[in-house]
Design a protein around this ligand. Structure first.
Ligand code: PRT
Ligand code: ZN
Length: 286
C-alpha cells in the first residue's frame, strides 16, 4: 500500500458534497456508489474511505488512513495526534455558547455555577478553563438546542452557522469560542512515497482553491486612467494592458480576490473603468 494514499472523507453529511466536489475538481475520478465504504480512484493513486466524520481523526492518527477531510471542530474535540495540512474554506461554522433569549447576559462570568449542555465537552472544558469559569458540563449527543427548554441545562455550547436554529429555539448566541472550517489532516509520519503523492494532490487542491477564491476581470479605460486603475488591481504579477481599436482607450485584464471583490469594483468604476466583465477561473496555477 506504499504507492497509494488512503483519504478518509465523510460518508454522508454536511462535509460530503464539498469534499467530493473538491476531489473531482482536482481531476480525480472514482466511483462512490451508494453504500460503498471504499473506492480506488481510476486515474490517481488514491483510495477513499467513506466514514463518519467523528472517526476520521482517529483513523488518520492510527495510520489506517493517511489523510482525511474533516471539520476543525471534530479534530479539536477528538484530540488525536494529527497534522493540519490545509484549510479548505468550506463548512464554515463556529462553536458558541447560547442562553435563553430573555435572560440578561452579563459576560462570560454569567456561566459560573451554571450547567451547559453540549456534544463538544472537551472544547468547552478548554474554553471554560481559559476563561476561568466554573460550570457544569452536560454531555449529550444531539438536539442540544432543546436542553434549556426542557430544564436539562441553563445554556448550551453548540455549532452555529446561520443562527436560525438558535433563534427558532428561543436562544441567543452570547460567546463564540472557536471558529471552524473543513481542513485536510494527515498522519504524522507518512513515507516518502506517500508524501510525494500527497504533494501532487496538494498542488491540484491549491490550484482549485485559488481559482475558487479569485475572479478574472476585464475592463475598458481611457488611457489617462490606466495608472490609477492598475494601482487598484493586485493581479498575479501586474495587470495586462492592451490597446483598444478606439483611439485613447485600453482594455485591462487582471485577477481579483473574492473577498475584496465588491470594494475593488466600486473603486474601479470611480476611477473611470467601463464595460467591466468578471469571469470565473477554472484553475489557477501559482
Ligand atoms: O454522520 P456523521 O457523524 O458523519 O455526521 P454529523 O451528523 O456528526 O455531522 P454533520 O454532517 O451534521 O456536520 C459535519 C460538519 O459540518 C460539522 O462537524 C461541522 O464542522 C460542519 N458544519 C458546518 C456544521 C454546520 N455548519 C451546522 N450548521 N455542523 C452542524 N451544523 C448544525 C448544528 O449542529 C446546529 O444544529 O446545524 C445547526 C445550526 O445551524 P444554523 O445554520 O441554524 O445556525
Ligand atoms: Zn459526526
Amino acid at each position: 500500500m506504499e504507492d497509494i494514499i488512503r483519504v478518509a472523507i465523510q460518508k454522508s453529511g454536511r462535509l460530503s458534497e464539498d469534499s467530493l466536489k473538491l476531489i473531482k475538481e482536482c481531476g480525480v475520478k472514482f466511483n462512490n456508489g451508494k453504500g460503498k465504504l471504499k473506492s480506488v480512484a481510476l486515474n490517481f493513486p488514491i483510495e477513499f474511505l467513506f466514514l463518519r466524520d467523528d472517526d476520521i481523526p482517529g483513523y488518520v492518527a492510527d495510520g489506517i488512513a493517511d489523510v482525511g477531510i474533516v471539520g476543525q471542530n471534530v479534530v479539536l474535540e477528538k484530540e488525536e495526534d494529527v497534522k493540519t495540512v490545509k484549510h479548505l474554506g468550506f463548512s464554515r461554522c463556529r462553536l458558541s455558547l447560547a442562553i435563553p433569549k430573555l435572560v440578561a447576559y452579563t459576560g462570560p462570568e454569567y456561566f459560573n455555577g451554571k450547567s451547559i449542555a453540549t456534544s463538544y465537552p472537551k472544547i468547552l472544558e478548554n474554553y471554560l478553563k481559559e476563561n476561568n469559569i466554573q460550570a457544569e458540563i452536560h454531555e449529550i449527543s444531539g438536539s442540544v438546542e432543546i436542553a434549556p427548554s426542557i430544564g436539562l441545562a441553563e445554556g448550551i455550547f453548540d455549532i452555529v452557522s446561520s443562527g436560525s436554529t438558535l433563534l427558532s429555539n428561543g436562544l441567543k448566541e452570547v460567546e463564540v469560542a472557536v471558529k471552524s472550517e473543513a481542513i485536510l489532516i494527515s498522519h504524522h509520519h507518512l513515507s516518502e512515497k506517500k508524501n510525494n503523492i500527497l504533494k501532487k494532490l496538494l498542488f491540484r487542491m491549491d490550484s482549485v482553491l485559488s481559482a475558487n477564491n479569485n475572479k478574472y476581470i476585464l475592463l475598458n479605460a481611457p488611457n489617462d486612467a490606466i495608472q490609477k486603475i492598475t494601482d487598484l488591481l493586485p493581479g498575479m504579477r501586474s495587470p495586462t494592458v492592451l490597446p483598444l481599436a478606439m483611439e485613447g482607450w485600453s482594455s485591462i485584464h487582471s485577477v481579483i480576490g473574492e473577498d475584496e471583490f465588491w470594494q475593488v469594483i466600486e473603486n474601479l468604476r470611480d476611477a473611470g473603468a467601463e464595460g467591466i466583465l468578471v469571469v470565473p477561473i477554472e484553475k489557477m496555477i501559482l
